[in-house]
Design a protein around this ligand. Sequence first.
Ligand SMILES: NC(=O)c1ccc[n+]([C@@H]2O[C@H](COP(=O)([O-])OP(=O)(O)OC[C@H]3O[C@@H](n4cnc5c(N)ncnc54)[C@H](O)[C@@H]3O)[C@@H](O)[C@H]2O)c1
Length: 326
Amino acid sequence: MTLYLTQDEVKEVLDMKSTFEAVEGGFREMGNENIEMPPRVYLHFEKGVLIAMPAYMPGLDAAGTKIVTVHPGNKKDHGLPAVIARIILNSPENGVPLAIMDGTYITALRTGAAGATGIKYLSREDSEVVGVCGTGVQGKSQVMGLMEVRPNVKKVKVFDIIPAAMEAFAKEMSEMFPGPEFVTAASAQEAAEGSDIVITCTPSPKAFIDGAWLKKGCHVSAIGADTGAKRELMTSVITKCNKRVVDFIPQAFVVGDFKVPKEEGVITEDDIYAEMGEIVAGKKAGRESPDEITMFKATGLAIQDVGTASKVYELAKAKGVGITLA
Ligand SMILES: NC(=O)c1ccc[n+]([C@@H]2O[C@H](COP(=O)([O-])OP(=O)(O)OC[C@H]3O[C@@H](n4cnc5c(N)ncnc54)[C@H](O)[C@@H]3O)[C@@H](O)[C@H]2O)c1
């Protein structure tokens, strides 16, 4: 009655195209105020944290909860990943748990799709040069999302504080996407300067992108800072942007990129142009001129997990993937 899917089985059925459709669809539902998404619930352990993220989207007939734990010492202490996630999908009709599936790969891909939604609606369609800072799991997902919506970009400059990581990343991405040229950058500044799209996806505690480096017409996709202790964008980026778009206003002001400028008295909630859902739903315009500088700050939403998991459930059933639990 309940379909169980391992991470390998999720990977077998899910690609970026399907993930993007699910995430963009979720933003549309949110913009149309047709979702239920209570605040996340936290349990604090001695060595980590458990976060429960429920969501219901009546328009997509999708409901469920992601349960994710973050134990930074796991690798050293137990040989386990620091982040472990499962998603439980429930039938809105009768409550039956339709599926239990790995949520780690879904989290990675849905975040790439969230960044891609910002790129689709806010970056220039003729964007050619992209700078990516951070070449870990999110670096890859963000490039996959980028290539879904801007397949004709010509050059991607990648930067990471670990040189070997960025070199391996540039090679892997060149093999995965033969179109653009992937090159390593000597610094975050070199990655950002002259780029039409700047993507940041690091766990940095200290802001490292300066507004002075952003060219006219550029779009900033800020992904990495998802807690108050992380920050990628200097206040100068926030003030230089003509349009500041976030996924969810209450969450945006908790993370470093907006929390610090707010504490400095530089911005308030009134300086946010829109939530992404309002743009996807057509209630507010996305990019309106080639010169404006835009930014999208993604913090991560339960509707993205549940929407993507619902897509995985459909695809897995159609392909006969997974095992059914009694
Ligand atoms: N917004 C969201 O919805 C969302 C979702 C998932 C993950 N995240 C966040 O994204 C960040 C990255 O996650 P990940 O899974 O890719 O981590 P990861 O550990 O796989 O990769 C992070 C990479 O960033 C590099 N890095 C660290 N500081 C840097 C700096 N100042 N400049 C350049 N590179 C730097 C590291 O060397 C590493 O290669 C984390 O903070 C994570 O919590 C956000």
